[in-house]
Design a binder for this molecule. Structure first.
Ligand SMILES: Cc1cc2nc3c(=O)[nH]c(=O)nc-3n(C[C@H](O)[C@H](O)[C@H](O)COP(=O)(O)OP(=O)(O)OC[C@H]3O[C@@H](n4cnc5c(N)ncnc54)[C@H](O)[C@@H]3O)c2cc1C
Length: 413
């Protein structure tokens, strides 16, 4: 059989998982290349702990090379062009041909409100942002902390809510709670609307019990940095002392220019196989747009959330499909839309939401009772994710066995 070359664009969550899984599945003569612009990898879920001083930057960062099977050739270069027709990728240094392509380039953050810390404007969706927010939270003397989701979609539908609860707890532990208000504004009708009203109302209740104000259906229109005021489509301007913005998200420019995106601005894919409109060109993770059953606004179809857990399981599916194709076998593997999330609520407690996001007539997602076990589950996953590849392989099986029997979910996740 003629040797095949699989090229993976992006070395984030989806890219790392697919590279390692393909390295296990593909016969040696086939080539696996990953292209990633950053040689360091940081674990995004831990930015929340970095923000509240529970992690140091070093604890949540490692060299990407340490996390990826030695068999995978990693090019640390910036991708400048994706040509799916001619099966060529261009970087600032090289031109690379492929037989199979996996696009795992994630979502890019709008920079408008980033690097505005001198105006009391922060974010915890970047590594640098979370570290700077930690400094300012430690020095905060009291006032109004306003958290604003600037637009939809954004990655990790639970993260802004977790952030609000962790900030409120952090300030409470600083004995500032009588002198602080924490409010969250969002264009959404409820927290995590994609997961249905039951889960949204549970999260809202936990937030309210912590004294956090929740203001749904508010679309941010502008920020006046000098006057420290924000405006929404409706209502009067709101004054803030500290503003924490969840920035707008979009697909990376190189993806937008590739002709692979649709009117949503993201790459539409087959919901079962993750294949794009081009044969043997797949896209996984945050860069994709997958319509799921249900609507939370009359004119807007529901989309699969952007979350690491989906990038992870889609990477499994696509690696099985590519490995089967290369070996001339039929693959029955499909991505089933199951997902879960450990939602941090502070005081080392977390909730566990699990469900079928492809469920009809709408996603079927349940929140288990808050407990320390979910928090420690997330910590364990963080340690496993950041461990060097050799060590990961050894502990993976035992972790999956324990996890699947305690959580009663498929061991593959
Ligand atoms: C604060 C926070 C908390 C989160 N918590 C959770 C959680 O608890 N659970 C969960 O499931 N998800 C969580 N997420 C979301 C999760 O991190 C993302 O959904 C996940 O990383 C998506 O994986 P991906 O592979 O699609 O993209 P990414 O992991 O973002 O990887 C994309 C990669 O592409 C690279 N890249 C982009 N453009 C180029 C280019 N032109 N050239 C070369 N390389 C390029 C980037 O450098 C990056 O490494 C959280 C996110 C945040 C911000």
């Amino acid at each position: 059989m003629h040797k095949q070359k699989v090229v993976i664009l992006g070395g984030g969550v989806g890219g790392i998982v697919i590279a390692n899984h393909l390295a296990r599945l593909l016969p040696r003569e086939n080539e696996i290349v990953m292209i990633e612009k950053n040689d360091k990898h940081s674990f995004a879920a831990s930015y929340l702990w970095l923000m509240i001083n529970k992690r140091t930057p070093q604890q949540i960062t490692t060299q990407l090379r340490e996390l990826v099977d030695k068999r995978v050739n990693i090019l640390f270069e910036e991708i400048k062009q994706i040509d799916a027709e001619s099966k060529t990728i261009s970087t600032e240094k090289s031109k690379i041909n492929f037989d199979y392509l996996v696009i795992a380039l994630g979502a890019e953050l709008d920079k408008t409100h980033l690097d505005k810390q001198q105006y009391g404007v922060h974010n915890f969706f970047t590594y640098e942002g979370a570290a700077k927010l930690n400094d300012d939270l430690q020095n905060f003397k009291g006032g109004n902390v306003t958290i604003v989701i600037s637009s939809l979609p954004y990655k990790c539908p639970g993260a802004p809510y977790e952030g609000a609860m962790l900030i409120a707890d952090f300030l409470k532990n600083k004995k500032l709670h009588n002198n602080v208000t924490v409010n969250l504004y969002t264009p959404e009708p409820l927290p995590l609307p994609v997961a249905g009203p039951e889960l949204g109302n549970s999260v809202k209740e936990v937030m309210l019990s912590k004294g956090i104000g929740f203001y749904p259906q508010n679309q941010l229109t502008s920020v006046d940095y000098n006057k420290k005021k924000i405006e929404f489509t409706f209502g009067n301007p709101i004054a803030y002392d500290m503003l924490v913005v969840i920035p707008s998200h979009k697909a990376p420019d190189v993806v937008i220019k590739s002709g692979l995106v649709d009117e949503s601005g993201w790459i539409p894919v087959n919901k079962d196989t993750l294949e794009t409109k081009h044969n043997n060109v797949f896209a996984i993770g945050d860069v994709t747009s997958i319509t799921i059953p249900g609507r939370w606004q009359p004119d807007k179809p529901m989309k699969l959330p952007k979350a690491g857990v989906f990038a992870h399981s889609q990477a499994f599916t696509v690696s099985e499909i590519i490995a089967s194709k290369i070996q001339g076998k039929e693959s029955k593997e499909i991505f089933c839309g199951d997902g879960f999330c450990m939602l941090e609520v502070g005081e080392d407690l977390a909730g566990f939401a699990y469900g079928d996001f492809y469920g009809s007539p709408h996603p079927d997602v349940k929140l288990k009772r808050l407990g320390k076990i979910w928090h420690w589950g997330k910590v364990l996953f963080e340690k496993w994710w950041l461990a060097p590849i050799g060590f990961r392989k050894n502990i993976l099986q035992s972790l999956l066995k324990i996890g699947s029997s305690v959580l009663k979910i498929p061991a593959k996740l």
